[in-house]
Design a protein around this ligand. Structure first.
Ligand code: THU
Length: 131
């Protein structure tokens, strides 16, 4: 299997993060073998910042893929701690990936853990709640 830690670390150098200097990268592996990348993109108006998870998934959908096509997500953050998707990204992922898709999350030391969006956002708000 490809070394996703090295790929993620290298991809994270593409982040545009002049304000936080905190680099995040995401690789979405699709069932057809395609890999789609994302990095965080910051802005002087801080609330406009896009996280790596969202730039990645937006591209996946722009390419025409949908949740049934998604096999796995890999995430990397510049943290010495475990790293974890923010609340906004959890809501975004809850809508756009199956709830049992593995998310393998790496920190800068190469330590990793695997969770699902179902684990990270139980009782989340979905389209079912609009009914
Ligand atoms: N960030 C992400 O890209 N993903 C997350 O889930 C957590 C935070 C980015 C946003 C901002 O550019 C920087 O990390 C610091 O918060």
């Amino acid at each position: 299997m490809a070394n996703y830690f090295e790929k993620l670390k290298s991809l994270s150098t593409k982040a545009y993060a002049p304000y936080s200097n905190f680099h995040v990268s995401t690789i979405c592996v699709l069932k057809d073998g395609t890999e789609v990348n994302g990095v965080n993109i910051e802005n002087a108006a801080y609330s406009v910042v896009l996280c790596a998870e969202r730039t990645c998934l937006a591209q996946v959908y722009t390419l025409g893929y949908r949740k049934a096509d998604i096999k796995k997500l890999f995430l990397y953050t510049d943290s010495n701690q475990k790293g974890s998707p923010c609340g906004m990204c959890r809501q975004f992922l809850l809508e756009l990936i199956d709830h049992d898709v593995p998310l393998e999350i790496y920190n800068k030391k190469g330590e990793s853990y695997v969770v699902t969006i179902g684990d990270l956002l139980p009782y989340g708000f979905t389209k079912e709640d609009l009914k």
